[in-house]
Design a protein around this ligand. Structure first.
Ligand code: IMP
Ligand code: MG
Length: 180
């Protein structure tokens, strides 16, 4: 698995430090608000698991799943909710947790859809941000790291469902996805 990685971008230590920071910030910002922290599956599952353990205030968790990508490396522009929340979001303070913000299509669509459902507030928390690739503007409230325009895997992020279990974040060799 590691021989498919061109270089390590973020080590386990760097990630842990950042996640602790974001968790502390959310704990301060949402004290007394019982936020609902929502993982957008599957890419954010590892970040989510670490993040909620760094949050020290009462909160609930939920999961949703959208599909925007096939097995390739670029966005189709089509976003579908594949799995919705279990509970109502009426009156709740939502924090959406994403793995990576790329074109922005997924999150911009989700924000639009969720805003019509009566949440008290909706914030976005993304582990990674690839600003060079943005097509639709998206306002981010909590961000882990800015990354270059390369295909990134590990710590939950996949290529064709693989590499999610790498404990660090790395750049995938273009030869793996037929890139040169
Ligand atoms: P967007 O709608 O283009 O912003 O795409 C967001 C989704 O695309 C993310 O939640 C990821 O699942 C996927 N994605 C975008 N860039 C990468 C990448 O570099 N590695 C792995 N997945 C990516
Ligand atoms: Mg993905």
């Amino acid at each position: 698995m590691t021989r498919d990685i061109e270089k390590v971008l973020l080590s386990q230590e760097q990630i842990a430090e950042k996640v602790a920071e974001i968790g502390a910030q959310i704990s301060r910002d949402y004290a007394g608000k019982n936020p609902m922290i929502v993982s957008v599956l599957k890419g954010s599952f590892i970040f989510m698991a670490d993040l909620v353990r760094a949050v020290t205030i009462p909160c609930t968790v939920d999961f949703m799943s959208v599909s925007s990508y096939g097995s390739g490396t670029s966005s189709s522009g089509e976003v579908k909710i594949v799995k919705d929340f279990d509970g109502s979001i009426e009156g709740r303070h939502l924090i959406l947790v994403e793995d990576i913000l790329d074109s922005g299509r997924t999150l911009s669509y989700l924000m639009k859809t969720l805003k019509s459902r009566g949440a008290a507030s909706i914030a976005l928390c993304t582990f990674l941000d690839k600003p060079e690739r943005r097509v639709v503007p998206v306002e981010v409230n909590y961000k882990g790291f800015t990354v270059p325009d390369a295909f990134i895997v590990g710590y939950g992020l996949d290529y064709d469902q693989r590499y999610r279990n790498l404990p660090y974040v790395g750049v995938l060799k273009p030869s793996v996805y037929g890139g040169e």
